[in-house]
Design a binder for this molecule. Structure first.
Ligand code: OGA
Ligand code: NI
Length: 333
């Protein structure tokens, strides 16, 4: 207790927001976004029977943007709708019910309900609360962080996790083939069936000054890939060639981010996307990213088949847990 949730701050912020949420002019979305849809993150139809075409599209998107949207991905729309319904319902519970899932302050683990405590480099705070918990593999799940209310929370999340495997396998297969590797080699380099799926729910309350605040500041994800579904409030932005672009909301699409581990295994061919999230004046924005990650003890480095004398490794090999520790503590790579 004693932690101020952004959801509470938003309730009494009618026209202005506390100074710690006001970004510097280098970050304010109103000043730094390319206006009009000049360029768009690619949209890829995963059901296209022409696999070579799908591979080419994924390679292009992953090399140039590090982000793309997929449609006809095989996850039933109803499964996604139910995932969103229960996540939203959890955040609409009274504060004390949510606090029962709060991350304990000294905990090493990310799991639980929370608000980022430490401020960022410029001393700023992000306009968001979140809930983190693993959804796969079953042996890694800590059900203490899964809300018991609404009652269908567990069933709906388990159903989503189960349906994700098809998309995850397809994406890794295409990423692998696109590097000239065998179809299974990229997934194997990430731990194969031991990969961990970590779900985060971002809850961005209405914000009276969306021009000044950010929901999530610019970052790349540490994961291998991230698969995100948003509610219908646009807010995600991707950075390409030093410019920020809005990522269009497409009903029923999944948004795929290339994370740091895929960039590393591909020895830099695929780019981990720099992205951030805006907030909205009238509407609460909610997003459900799933970080698909190598198991913590797995050493991840450029794939041996992709490096030779002419192409030396561009990244050091590291255990995934070590990689995360270094990035979170900003120690040199
Ligand atoms: C994240 C993230 C973006 C969004 O949580 O890592 O980038 O659209 N979220 O909420
Ligand atoms: Ni992210």
């Amino acid at each position: 207790m004693g932690v101020e949730r952004v959801q509470e701050i938003a309730n009494f912020s009618k026209e202005t927001i506390p100074g710690e949420f006001i970004r510097t002019t280098y970050e304010q979305p109103a000043l730094t976004t390319v206006q009009g849809t000049v360029l768009e993150v690619p949209v890829i139809d995963l059901s296209d029977p022409d696999e070579e075409k799908v591979v080419r599209a994924i390679v292009d998107a992953s090399s140039n943007w590090g982000m793309f949207q997929v449609v006809n991905h095989g996850i039933p729309h109803e499964t996604v709708r139910k995932l969103k319904e229960v996540g939203k319902a959890f955040f609409e519970l009274p504060p004390h019910e949510k606090e029962a899932y709060a991350k304990s302050p000294g905990s090493q683990s990310l799991e639980g309900y929370g608000t980022k405590l430490q401020r960022e480099v410029e001393g700023k705070k992000a306009w968001v609360d979140h809930l983190f918990h693993k959804i796969w593999p079953p042996s890694e799940i800590n059900y203490q962080f899964w809300p018991k209310n609404p009652p269908s929370y567990r069933k709906n999340n388990e159903e989503y996790a189960k349906h994700m495997h098809g998309v995850v396998d397809k994406l890794f297969r295409c990423l692998s083939l696109g590097l000239g590797l065998e179809g299974n080699e990229m997934k194997e380099a990430m731990g194969g069936d031991n990969m961990v799926y970590l779900l985060k729910i971002n809850y961005y309350p209405r914000c009276p000054r969306p021009d000044l605040a950010l929901g999530v500041p610019a970052h790349t994800d540490m994961s291998a890939i991230t698969i995100l579904v948003p509610n219908d409030v646009q807010g995600l932005q991707a950075c390409k060639d030093d410019h920020w672009y809005d990522v269009e909301y497409i009903p029923n699409a999944l948004i795929v981010h290339i994370g740091d581990q895929v960039e590393i295994v591909s020895n830099g061919k695929y780019k981990s996307v720099l992205h951030r999230a805006k907030v909205n004046k009238e509407k609460t924005r909610i997003s459900w990213p799933v970080f698909v990650e190598p198991p913590p003890d797995l050493e991840v480095g450029p794939h041996p088949k992709l490096v030779n004398e002419a192409n030396p490794p561009k990244f050091e090999s590291k255990k995934y847990s070590q990689y995360c520790f270094c990035k979170l503590n900003k120690t040199p790579k």
